[in-house]
Structures are given as structure tokens and as C-alpha cells.
Design a binder for this molecule. Structure first.
Ligand SMILES: NC(=O)c1ccc[n+]([C@@H]2O[C@H](COP(=O)([O-])OP(=O)(O)OC[C@H]3O[C@@H](n4cnc5c(N)ncnc54)[C@H](O)[C@@H]3O)[C@@H](O)[C@H]2O)c1
Length: 426
């Protein structure tokens, strides 16, 4: 690449900043030339931090998209239901895209984005960040090497972690599927995508059960207040109280998720914003509707069966777990470990290290995936690869499966055949 790749950012929240940080580390190859957010303070902070000139700062993605093309690539990091409305005009302006997942919450919009991208010969990297992690890459390498024989069964789980559920899926942005996405699409499209990518096989049918069982009014401790505070009788015993936020703020640590609550970097201002905003609502008195636990059965081609379970009620040590069973060996992996176990039936158990140094995974989100995704973007434009690891054409299927799973859950667990589901929604 003789000249630097220029990029513009739409949406300067957690994700926009995470990718911008990686871009800044590759500043010899990438230059951030434009940015947009509807919150002026976010634009100012982003522009200062990443050196975006004043003429490249916009008060919304819509305003930025009215201008002639400003960069080679646009990162679309706005909210779930905005992606389509930002992606299509950006493609029509001939931007290549880095597009946050979900591509869209509507399957027709997902396929439309893919169609326009293909028609205009634009690259769209979908942020299925799991695929970029050393963890997932090592598992894929082992499966593809054939040592496990034919993979016939996978048991997988995602432990969301109790406070992450409370922060994002009860009080926060993704609490209500009518406003954003159902849990299986929002949180677990990564898992559906991993199953498709790791095995290289297609899903034929699904069934699912899941409920919002705990974070609702009838589960509130006796006398619980609608707003969390020390005055609430449940404050001292409730694991979901705001004490956790305040503890981190007292320690002077204002990184995610505190930076979602408030831009403040001192205790008093942070506490003021917390008490005034949505994140101090009682978890039993919110307008949330997404499930806190869900199980899924997936039938893939070639007799592969997969069972998956998502649950809010875990405590950080769990992350994503995979038990992949083949005819010649099995593999056990957990995102919280630095090693995975391969048990070949003729050779026995071998511990496989999947991260050379902790530096990448420690410094960047999603087990190093955020940083490696930006590296992949650079490689694509340097001509080192013909397609990204998560092209739009490879990524839509995970959304088809996720939405079919949700259709099954909503119907009480009925069998949904993917080909019939696709015909229905066309
Ligand atoms: N790849 C992953 O693993 C992963 C992880 C978390 C979130 N996400 C996805 O990333 C997206 C962003 O999530 P986030 O955590 O950064 O949310 P966020 O709320 O922190 O950021 C979204 C930003 O978009 C801004 N915005 C809203 N309307 C806008 C407009 N019209 N023009 C410009 N900016 C606008 C908001 O002000 C906000 O700053 C979501 O779709 C989410 O589902 C992906």
C-alpha cells in the first residue's frame, strides 16, 4: 500500500473507540480523517485523541454521508437498527465498510447490504470479532488439520457474566429487543458464526427454548426501590447493585463499562451521572425483555449436531466454552484459558498453547480480535488477501441461523427448518 488507508468513523461509542485505538497503533498505514456522532462531546474527545481535523468532524452519520466520499473505508459503529440506514448510503458513495454486527436485525436488510456491496464491488468486513481471536484460529487450525477425524458433535456455552447481563442487557443499550436485537442475535450471533466457520458446514434446522426469568418485578427483593441506592433495603445483599460501578470509580478506573455510564473521570461527577441515568435503575424494575438464559439445538449437514446454551448467571470464569467431538479425538477450549486440550484417541491428551504472548489479548478487546480485525483490513488493502476473514457474504448465514433460532424460541421451541424459514421471510 503506497499511500495510507483513510478511514471515517460513524458512531464514536465503545466500539468506534476500540477500533480507533487499533488504527492509532497502525498510524503508519491508516489515517482517521473523519468522524461523526450525535453527542458533541464524543466528537470533540475522539477528534482530539486521534487527530481528526475540524473539517472532518460531523454531528451525525447522516450529515457525514451527505458529503462526497471522505475516506476509503467507513467504520459503522452506530446502534443495531441504524446499520442498514448508514451502510446503504455509504456503499452508494463507494465506501468500503467495516460494519458492526448485527449487520441488521432484519434479514432482508442483511441481504440487501450484501447485494449492494457485491454490485458495487465494495468490501464489507463484518465485525465477527471472534473469528480473529488466536483462540478461534487455533481451534480452526486443529479441526482443518483433520486430527480430530470427522466432527460429529459440539457442546458449547456462553456465560455472559451476571454484571455484564445487568449492565448491557437489563439496564443498558441491548435490554429491549424491540429497540435493538434479540439476545441470540446480539450476543450469540458470534457463537452461531463460529459454528458455521469452524466446521465449514451449513445449518439445516434449529429449535430453542429460553426465558427472561429473573430480571423482572416479581423477582425483586422485598421493598426494593425502583432506583438503586444505599437507602434500598436490598443494597447490601443485591449482586446487581450499583456498588460495583462506584467501587471501580473510587479506585480511579473509569474504563468500560464505566465509560458507557458517563464520560466523567472523577468520582463525584461519575456518581452524579450514574444516579441520574439509566444505569442506576433497579434491575428488577427496568423496561427489559431480552432472555437471561436460552438453550439451542442445531442440526447441521453431514450428521453434525450442536447444542448451545447462553446464560447470564455466571461469574467471569466461564466465558465461551467449546467441546468439539470428532471420530478420532476431542477438543476442549474455554476463552478464559490460554490453553486448550486436544485428546487424540491414539495419542492421549495434549495441552495446546494458543496465545504466544499475553500482550495482544490483554491490551485489546475480544481476546485480541478487535486489533487483528483492523490488521486484516490493512492486509486486504495491501492486497495480501483477496477477501477478509469475515466478508459480508460469509457473515449473513450466522444472522439467518440466529433469527431462525429466535423464531423457534418465540414459538415455544418448534422445529424451524432453515430452507423453509428463508422461503417464509422472502
Ligand atoms: N463486535 C462485537 O463483538 C460487538 C460488541 C459490542 C457491541 N457491538 C455492536 O456495535 C455497535 C455499537 O455498540 P457500542 O457498544 O459502541 O454502542 P455505543 O452506544 O457505545 O455507541 C454507539 C454510538 O453511536 C452514536 N450514534 C447514534 N446515532 C448516531 C448517528 N445518527 N450518527 C452518528 N452516531 C450516532 C451514539 O451516540 C453512540 O456514541 C452495536 O450495533 C453493537 O451491537 C459489537
Amino acid at each position: 500500500m503506497s499511500k495510507k488507508l483513510t478511514v471515517a468513523f460513524a458512531g464514536l461509542g465503545s466500539r468506534g473507540n476500540a477500533y480507533a485505538e487499533s488504527c492509532a497503533l497502525m498510524s503508519d498505514k491508516i489515517e482517521i480523517v473523519a468522524c461523526a456522532d450525535i453527542i458533541p462531546g464524543k466528537v470533540t474527545r475522539f477528534a482530539e485523541k486521534y487527530g481528526v481535523p475540524a473539517e472532518g468532524c460531523y454531528s451525525s452519520a447522516e450529515e457525514m454521508l451527505q458529503k462526497d466520499r471522505l475516506a476509503d473505508v467507513m467504520f459503522i459503529c452506530t446502534m443495531d437498527k441504524q446499520h442498514y440506514g448508514h451502510a446503504i448510503p455509504a456503499l452508494e458513495k463507494d465506501y468500503h465498510l467495516v460494519l458492526e454486527k448485527p449487520i441488521s436485525t432484519d434479514l432482508r436488510e442483511c441481504t440487501e447490504i450484501a447485494r449492494v456491496a457485491n454490485e458495487r464491488d465494495r468490501k464489507v468486513i463484518v465485525c465477527h470479532t471472534m473469528r480473529y481471536t488466536p483462540f478461534a484460529r487455533k481451534i480452526k487450525e486443529i479441526i482443518d488439520s483433520g486430527v480430530l477425524g470427522k466432527v460429529l458433535s459440539i457442546q458449547a456455552s456462553e456465560g455472559v457474566t451476571f454484571w455484564h447481563q445487568a449492565h448491557s442487557f437489563v439496564r443498558g443499550n441491548w435490554r429491549n429487543s424491540d429497540e435493538t436485537s434479540p439476545m441470540i442475535l446480539q450476543k450469540c450471533c458470534h457463537d452461531m458464526d463460529m459454528f458455521l466457520w469452524l466446521t465449514g458446514k451449513h445449518c439445516k434446522s434449529v429449535s430453542s427454548f429460553g426465558e427472561l426469568s429473573h430480571f423482572k418485578a416479581e423477582c425483586a427483593p422485598e421493598g426494593a426501590h425502583e432506583r438503586c441506592s444505599e437507602e434500598c433495603p436490598a443494597y447490601a445483599t443485591c449482586p446487581y447493585s450499583i456498588e460495583r460501578y462506584l467501587h471501580h470509580a473510587k479506585e480511579g478506573s473509569f474504563s468500560w463499562p464505566l465509560d458507557v455510564v458517563s464520560p466523567a473521570t472523577n468520582y463525584d461527577d461519575f456518581r452524579r451521572d450514574l444516579l441520574a441515568g439509566p444505569y442506576s435503575r433497579c434491575v428488577y424494575h427496568c423496561d427489559n425483555n431480552v432472555v437471561d438464559h436460552q438453550v439451542v439445538n442445531l442440526q447441521f449437514e453431514d450428521d453434525l449436531t450442536i447444542s448451545f446454551s447462553m446464560c447470564a448467571f455466571t461469574n467471569g470464569s466461564c466465558g465461551r466454552r467449546l467441546h468439539i467431538m470428532g471420530t478420532h479425538g476431542d477438543l476442549i477450549a474455554c476463552t478464559e484459558d490460554k490453553q486448550l486440550k486436544v485428546n487424540l484417541f491414539r495419542r492421549g491428551i495434549e495441552e495446546v498453547q494458543y496465545v504466544d504472548t499475553g500482550a495482544l489479548t490483554d491490551a485489546f478487546g475480544h481476546g485480541g480480535g478487535d486489533y487483528i480485525l483492523v490488521e486484516d483490513l490493512v492486509s486486504l488493502f495491501e492486497g495480501k488477501c483477496a477477501e477478509s476473514v469475515t466478508s459480508i457474504n460469509d457473515s449473513v448465514e450466522s444472522h439467518v441461523v440466529s433469527l431462525a433460532v429466535e423464531a423457534s424460541r418465540v414459538s415455544g421451541g418448534c422445529l424451524v427448518k432453515i430452507d423453509e424459514y428463508l422461503k417464509e421471510i422472502k
